[in-house]
Design a protein around this ligand. Structure first.
Ligand SMILES: [Zn+2]
Ligand SMILES: [Zn+2]
Length: 139
């Protein structure tokens, strides 16, 4: 009947069963099971901390991307451009489409309505007052 041999751990000074000691590379000596367990926890903690730092870094990078996307100057320039396009559209003379090649054009000067042929680009002047036909948007 083998008696359990106790040994004192050189790392922590605790007594543990001699056959449970493990040569641990990070301690550079035999360490008791409790030291190994503590070390494992420490490793885990360190890994978790590292992961947290990496996550933080990733989050920061994501925020930076969003900040770049939301650059106020870029955004306001974009909005201005959109507003300009919108204004141009509103300003543009709108004509009603009658068929594939005809639209109903209203003279901007005398308000005379006449058929404008898209295929022939005619007439180029209002038949009533002679005002030049403006460029328009077909609705
Ligand atoms: Zn120990
Ligand atoms: Zn006219």
């Amino acid at each position: 009947m083998a008696e359990e041999v106790k040994a004192i751990c050189k790392v922590c000074g605790r007594a543990a069963n001699a056959n449970e000691f493990v040569l641990d590379a990070s301690f550079g000596m035999m360490a008791c099971p409790m030291c190994i367990r503590d070390k494992g926890n420490k490793d885990k903690l360190e890994k978790e901390q590292q992961k947290r730092q990496e996550d933080d870094q990733k989050k920061r990078e994501e925020n930076e991307v969003i900040v770049t996307k939301g650059d106020p100057e870029v955004e306001s320039a974009y909005r201005e451009k959109q507003q300009e396009i919108e204004k141009e559209r509103e300003k543009a003379l709108k004509v009603k489409k009658l068929d594939e090649n005809k639209v109903k054009y209203t003279c901007q000067k005398c308000h005379y309505e006449f058929i404008y042929k898209l295929d022939k680009n005619s007439p180029s002047n209002c038949p009533y007052c002679g005002e030049k036909v403006q460029s328009f948007v077909v609705e």
